[in-house]
Write a protein that binds this ligand. Structure first.
Ligand code: PLP
Length: 641
């Protein structure tokens, strides 16, 4: 088979993926849950089958038992009743936040694993699921374009985290550890050759040279007799930033300044949290200007040069692959080019991609053999996706240093599953808590063995093995290439393209009463819509009108769920933060005046996440997208009457 042609979707494949909007696959899920619950019970019984039942068979007739059972039922019924007011994420009428129906293989694997209750903090508490977590990390690494062969010394490594927030914090911590480590080696006066000449050179070594130095240090240590090895390790540990703390480290190294993190203005607020937590301070998060909601690579280049002139080190440049508000894709390729240029000047830093949202879209760009698909192949049958800059960004992921990706977002899995993946697993040695970090002379079997004490490397301690089982099984059932997981992502992109077309039609249809526009051509599967009533020229008026529209599109405990036709979300577009071209274009399209000095520049707009695979219901010939726009038009007209 020519690998550049699209593998046609097997009829019915997606229909087996979810419980379904109507609970269509109730029989399948029930069969799986009951089958594996029984299986679990047999496992208990077969542990020491001759041990008699400790709970007497007559227990069910005793008063205390009956009372507790009754209480349990009552409380569970109340919980179940209350949960009926939940947000109906499973429905194609839900277009709000980054969540949809859950994948059956993941849900079933999670339910199956829960009664075993494995704790992925270490293999003692999770002999099976720790391995599954490390393997899931390799599955993600392969999708993202990192080396996934554990026999390679520079093989990638990934682990799960509570979410993208924790994964982003892990990226910050790793980048800081790697940046400061060569400085510690110098300060400890390690007598190995080839150390950087001064602190500034050590701090600006960059990722690759930093890893090479770490490897040389470990090789050097490996040659020493055990006592000396312990002593030298302790001497270096005493100089590390993790030991000294930020204040003492920079106090000792007066030539160095606290480094900054460069990220686009729309970066998720987890970056601000991370800088606060790490003690670097939020002031060290610098926003790089954007154009059409994507990081402006020229502005990045200028900022890096300015930092270099001012003697201000850069810790990390963060590119976003699918921004939380617009799904836009930063120029990851250009960011890597800038990193390479700066590194060649001795002004090195790391590149992290926050792909919490868009990471799984990378499955569309992979052939089953792991190779990259051409733009033409990915876009076959789609209207505009992927734009050339989008393809270039995905193609460049393998050049970055670490990536955050959330299985609980576009991976359609239950919450509590984010992931952190780094390009070269040897860097993880620097995060190890108290362990002697030697990755020296390992064989492939050692790779898995090495990470069985996972909690030494992760921010979390106890962590759910059931989540790891869910992620791993799902990736096995739906491999992370275009013929597997990519099929789901493709539905999402198709829906987003149909939605974008629908939004333009709506704008034309309501032109007599309101101006409407999609402020930025969507790169992926989030589409925003700005609306302004005719005659209104103030931002506050437009925002107020959209807030009223949104009131009918959000959960409201005072109303029965069925009273909601659709669910959507809103975001605030800060006009003064925009590139002047974008700002003028959007104000003009909406007939708004520029915000006066001191006036709130935040324009509230509708935001839609197109994740549900049944937004276009081909079985019944229903487009929930068309229904949504009809509903919206009616609401807009009613609101203006
Ligand atoms: C959602 C998101 C995060 C945070 O992830 P959580 O899982 O909510 O902690 C970070 N970055 C981006 C781009 C996101 O979309």
């Amino acid at each position: 088979m020519n690998k550049e042609t699209r593998v046609p979707e097997l009829p019915g494949m997606v229909d087996a993926c979810f419980l379904g909007p109507y609970g269509e696959n109730d029989g399948l899920l029930e069969k799986l849950v009951v089958e594996f619950l029984r299986d679990h019970v047999y496992w208990r019984r077969n542990f020491h089958p001759a041990d008699p039942p400790a709970i007497p068979t007559s227990a069910t007739q005793r008063a205390g038992y009956l009372q507790l059972e009754a209480r349990m039922r009552r409380e569970l019924h109340q919980l179940s009743a209350a949960l009926k007011q939940s947000v109906p994420f499973h429905s194609p009428r839900y277009l709000g936040h980054m969540v949809s129906d859950l994948l059956l293989p993941g849900l079933a694997a999670q339910i199956l694993t829960l009664p075993y209750n494995p704790n992925n903090v270490s293999e003692d508490a999770a002999p099976v699921t720790v391995d599954l977590e490390v393997r899931a990390g390799l599955q993600l690494a392969r999708m993202l374009g990192y080396a996934d062969d554990p026999s390679r010394p520079d093989c990638a490594f990934g682990h799960l985290a509570s979410g993208g927030t924790s994964a982003n914090l892990q990226a910050l911590r790793l980048a800081l550890a790697l940046k400061a480590f060569p400085v510690a080696l110098r300060a400890a006066q390690v007598p190995m050759g080839g150390l950087p000449d001064d602190d500034r050179a050590a701090f600006g070594l960059g990722h690759d040279a930093g890893i090479a130095l770490l490897q040389r240090w470990q090789d050097w240590l490996g040659e020493l007799p055990p006592r000396e090895r312990r002593e030298w390790r302790a001497r270096v540990e005493a100089q590390r930033i993790e030991q000294l703390g930020i204040a003492a480290f920079f106090d000792r190294h007066r030539d160095l300044r606290v480094p900054v993190v460069l990220a686009p203005g729309t970066a998720h607020y987890s970056w601000s949290k991370g800088l606060k937590l790490l003690g670097l301070g939020r002031a060290q998060l610098q926003a790089i200007p954007q154009r059409a909601m994507r990081m402006d690579a020229d502005a990045l280049s200028a900022r890096i040069e300015a930092c270099e002139r001012e003697g201000r080190p850069v810790l990390l440049v963060v590119g976003v692959l699918g921004t939380t508000e617009y799904g836009s894709i930063d120029p990851i390729d250009r960011i890597c080019d800038e990193r390479d240029r700066a590194q060649a000047r001795g002004f090195g830093f790391g590149v992290h991609v926050d792909a919490a949202w868009g990471g799984y879209l990378a499955s569309l760009f992979r052939n089953p053999d792991g190779s990259l698909r051409s733009r033409e192949a990915v876009g076959d049958g789609l209207a505009a996706f992927p734009a050339p800059h989008v393809h270039a960004a995905f193609a460049a992921l393998g050049r970055t240093d670490s990536i955050t990706v959330d299985p609980h977002k576009l991976g359609y899995l239950p919450y509590g599953a984010g992931a952190f993946v780094c390009r070269d697993h040897r860097t993880m040695a620097l995060l190890a808590e108290g362990a002697d970090y030697v990755f020296h002379g390992e064989t492939p079997g050692d790779y898995l063995a090495h990470y069985r004490s996972l909690g030494l490397y992760t921010i979390e301690g106890s962590k759910p093995g059931a989540a790891a089982a869910a992620v791993h099984v799902t990736h096995k059932v739906l491999p992370l290439d275009h013929a597997g997981f990519g099929q789901l992502q493709r539905h999402s992109i198709e829906a987003a393209e149909a939605f974008h077309a629908g939004a333009r039609k709506l704008a034309a249809a309501i032109a007599d009463v309101a101006a409407a526009c999609v402020p930025f051509v969507p790169d992926t599967n989030l589409v925003c819509l700005a609306v302004n009533p005719r005659g209104n020229r103030g931002i506050a008026g437009a925002s107020g009108f959209v807030r009223t529209l949104h009131d009918g599109l959000r959960s409201n405990l005072r109303q029965p769920l069925q009273a909601h036709e659709f669910f959507g979300s809103v975001t605030t577009l800060h006009l003064d933060a925009l590139d002047t071209g974008d700002r003028a274009r959007i104000l003009d399209a909406l007939g708004l005046d520029a915000p006066a000095a001191g006036e709130d520049d935040g324009l509230v707009i509708l935001r839609h996440t197109l994740m549900n695979p049944y937004l276009i219901d081909r079985e019944n010939g229903i487009s929930y997208i068309d229904l949504y726009f009809a509903h919206l038009e009616q609401r807009i007209r009613a609101g203006l009457r």
